[in-house]
Ligand binder design. Structure first.
Ligand code: ZN
Length: 500
């Protein structure tokens, strides 16, 4: 019965296990490995990745997918079987459409580009990076042609990270809330003196930070019997299986927010991975659905829960037990401090209100530069002009402007929008959870999170990779991806905090 499907599962299992083993090597590289181990580790990971790619992209896999699809043509869309075939076919097409010569050239070029970008950023010298970036964009244009698109080459690149989402969908969402966001940030800027975050900028014992952030992660529902927390320079969460999820964080001895909100963010990713259904865990349907849905989960816990007043009405007395320097700080002062909005130059340091503007800027420039509407040589000038228009400040140099992110040097075009889509989705999903369970905010104020987590498990997490962001969002909320809920959330929250 379904002989070809069984053969396909066996093959996909080999591919998945090789990928998971490589994921563990990657986690170890960033968390434990002495730095001189890098060349040997690189060699190990390259061989595993090559074997994985060869196995998955062999013509036999493609034949098995089609044979299994024929066997299962009557299986319901949402069934494990139909989803497995559908997602495997999509992965297979993505993996086989790029000629191996182009993949090799991209790997070679981005490997060369990385140190040149780092040097250019260190010297704040865009011209040093420009020729390399021009080469990379040329390769991106070729990649888009091979991957195929109907409207804009950007669709092809975006689709690698966010299947089913097109540039015009993103543009509609971004253009829809950009003017109101610019207006909100400008209004906040006029009353910047109404909020101080001085209380967060003082020495905080690192061991106490570790204990407190671990405690909070456990309280909100991250299961430490099926996961762990370590230190890494660039924090991330690595979901191997639902029973083995690795979080990382970093500690700033002089700033409260870095570790605590970083851990809540990564725990949001981690609880997603721990909530994957047992029926799909460890298979090609295991893991999070897409980048934007993953980011919706981390932002929901970090911002909507973690930066809410209700949460801190419960958590502040506990924080004061860990950090005596917070004694005497009242809830209102603390709540305002953790929500201070300040247009800043660096995306990764941006607060939740300004964040999407950073992404819109990059999205628009990527679209333009890909079709030659903006020349690579003009990127610094255009970057600075638009930055001033959106955020009201002008980068003093390219290091803090167009050169700040590593993505372009790695050939990651089409990746940035997923961060902003995650913000939009976080509010859409949370609002739906509130509709289904109006008691959630009261529970959060009592330190109870299981109703919310169970809702996320049931509606989002358990499905693994079965659905695209658009499919899942329609299924869960009855609507496509929207910006209105996110905008209302920001306007309400910050209108109150800044007395607008
Ligand atoms: Zn994240």
């Amino acid at each position: 019965m379904h002989e070809n499907y069984q053969k396909l599962l066996a093959r996909l299992n080999d591919v998945t296990q090789l990928g998971l083993a490589n994921g563990l090597l990657g986690w170890d590289q960033q968390v434990n490995m002495p730095h001189k181990g890098a060349p040997a580790r690189g060699a190990q990971m390259a061989v595993l990745a090559r074997l994985n790619h060869e196995l998955f992209t062999s013509p036999e896999t493609g034949e098995l997918i089609e044979a299994a699809a024929a066997e299962l043509k009557d299986a319901p869309f949402e069934s494990d079987e139909a989803s497995m075939v559908r997602v495997a076919r999509r992965d297979y097409e993505l993996a086989t459409k790029l000629p191996s010569s182009l993949v090799a050239e991209m790997a070679q070029t981005t490997a060369e580009a990385h140190p040149i970008w780092a040097e250019a950023r260190a010297k704040s010298d865009f011209k040093h990076f420009q020729p390399m970036l021009e080469r990379i964009i040329g390769l991106m244009q070729q990649a888009a042609d091979h991957l195929g698109y109907t409207e804009h080459p950007y669709d092809a690149l975006l689709g690698q990270f966010e299947p089913g989402v097109t540039a015009s969908m993103v543009k509609t969402l971004f253009d829809g809330h950009k003017p109101a966001l610019v207006e909100l940030i400008a209004a906040i800027g006029k009353h910047a003196d109404r909020v101080s975050d001085a209380v967060l900028h003082q020495p905080f014992d690192v061991e106490a930070q570790r204990k407190f952030s671990t405690f909070i992660a456990e309280k909100i529902g991250f299961d430490f019997e099926r996961g762990r927390l370590d230190v890494a320079v660039h924090p991330f969460a690595s979901g191997l299986t639902r029973n083995d999820v690795r979080l990382t964080t970093r500690f700033d001895p002089n700033f409260f927010s870095t570790a605590l909100f970083g851990v809540m963010h990564e725990a949001g990713h981690g609880m997603y991975e721990q909530g994957i259904g047992e029926n799909v865990d460890g298979t090609a349907l295991g893991g999070g659905a897409t980048l934007s849905i993953h980011e919706s989960q981390s932002r929901l816990w970090e911002n909507i829960v973690g930066r809410s007043k209700g949460f801190w009405s419960w958590a502040l007395p506990l924080a004061q037990q860990h950090f005596p320097q917070l004694n005497g700080v009242d809830l209102d002062t603390f709540y305002r401090a953790i929500n201070k909005v300040q247009p800043s130059l660096i995306r990764v340091e941006a607060d939740e209100a300004t964040y999407n503007l950073h992404i819109m800027l990059r999205f628009e420039l990527e679209m333009d530069v890909l079709v030659g509407a903006v020349k690579v040589a003009d990127l610094p000038k255009v970057w600075n002009e638009r930055f001033e228009a959106y955020l009201g400040i002008t980068p003093p140099n390219d290091a803090q402007g167009v050169l700040q992110d590593v993505h372009w040097s790695s050939g990651l075009f089409g990746y940035f929008p997923t961060y902003a889509l995650g913000n939009l989705l976080s509010v859409q999903y949370y609002n739906q959870a509130l509709k289904d369970h109006p008691e959630i905010p009261d529970e959060i104020a009592q330190g109870k999170f299981d109703t919310l987590l169970r809702w996320l498990n049931t509606n989002i997490h358990q499905h693994g990779r079965k659905f695209t962001a658009d499919e899942l969002t329609r299924q869960v909320t009855g609507s496509p991806m929207q910006y209105d809920a996110y905008l209302t959330y920001l306007q309400t929250k910050y209108g109150e905090i800044y007395g607008l």
